[in-house]
Design a protein around this ligand. Structure first.
Ligand SMILES: O=C(O)CCC(=O)C(=O)O
Length: 269
């Protein structure tokens, strides 16, 4: 067991679990360095697009829609820096794959009851000083839908994340609410279908400041948010989304894979 009984209870009750010191400093350094190289490469090639969660236009952007089985850069709206890299870092880059495929992380997902973990999506989110954008309130299930719901997010603080530089926020127990929207792809367009436009009770949200090396596990139905970076300090984070292969992945999900790159687990079968 990687997670204690108390941690499992906390995850079930709150919909999230904060685990400090999950990642060794050397692994953080390796990931930060590799992400920097990939950012430099993306900027040099200028092969990127602006990404903003406040702008639904990315649902029609081939650069985004075709990135499920690639490593692509997405620019901030201001400045020539990346908002993020996505979305198959964990399968295409050995440094990212090694970071994800550890016995500790595999054990944590096994403890959560995931029978056949499939690593479907990864993002390195830079949130650069002063320009790093907001990630609007959402649930991960809306984007990575399975029947039944199974997605769990593993969010890693690569830098210290604070309320000033854009740490995660979540609504404790919010995973018990019905998911209010779904991002549905038809052909080359993905749009959000809203089931309930009342909004999440964000007055109940709590900040989840996290020191570098912290892992936050997030239930797929948990509403979460991060502010833009209002500080002079970077807030790098890496996030990995895992679904259960025993649940049915929905073909209407925006994220598509070429047959040559099927979803994989923590260890090859
Ligand atoms: O890193 C962030 O600011 C947001 C990440 C997120 O929303 C996620 O991992 O689902």
């Amino acid at each position: 067991m990687v997670l204690t009984a108390a941690q499992l209870t906390s995850f079930r009750d709150d919909g999230y679990l904060v685990i400090e010191n999950f990642v060794a400093e050397s692994s953080l350094t390796a990931l930060r360095q590799r992400a920097g190289e990939l950012e430099d490469q993306a900027i040099a090639e200028d092969a990127s697009t602006v990404f903003s969660t406040t702008d639904p236009a990315h649902g029609e952007d081939p650069w985004f829609l075709e990135s499920g089985d690639k490593i692509r850069g997405f620019f901030e709206a201001e400045g020539r820096r990346l908002n993020k890299l996505g979305h198959a870092l964990h399968d295409l880059d050995p440094v990212f794959s090694d970071f994800c495929r550890t016995p500790e992380l595999a054990g944590a997902f096994a403890d959560l009851g995931m029978h056949m973990p499939q690593l479907v999506q990864s993002m390195y989110i830079f949130k650069h000083p002063n320009i790093g954008g907001e990630v609007t309130w959402h649930t991960d299930h809306s984007f990575l839908w399975t029947e039944p719901r199974s997605v769990v997010g593993a969010w890693f603080a690569i830098d210290d994340a604070t309320t000033e530089n854009g740490c995660m926020w979540a609504i404790p127990g919010g995973h018990a609410l019905d998911v209010k929207s779904r991002f549905v792809r038809e052909g080359n367009v993905a749009t959000t279908t809203v089931f309930d436009d009342t909004g999440y009770p964000i007055d109940q949200a709590v900040a989840l400041p996290a020191s570098a090396g912290t892992l936050i596990l997030l239930d797929g139905a948990l509403p979460h948010w991060s502010d833009r970076n209002r500080s002079a300090h970077p807030r790098h984070a890496f996030t990995l989304h895992v679904v259960d292969g025993t649940a049915d992945w929905q073909d209407e999900n925006w994220l598509r894979r070429d047959d040559s790159l099927p979803f994989r687990g923590f260890v090859d079968a």
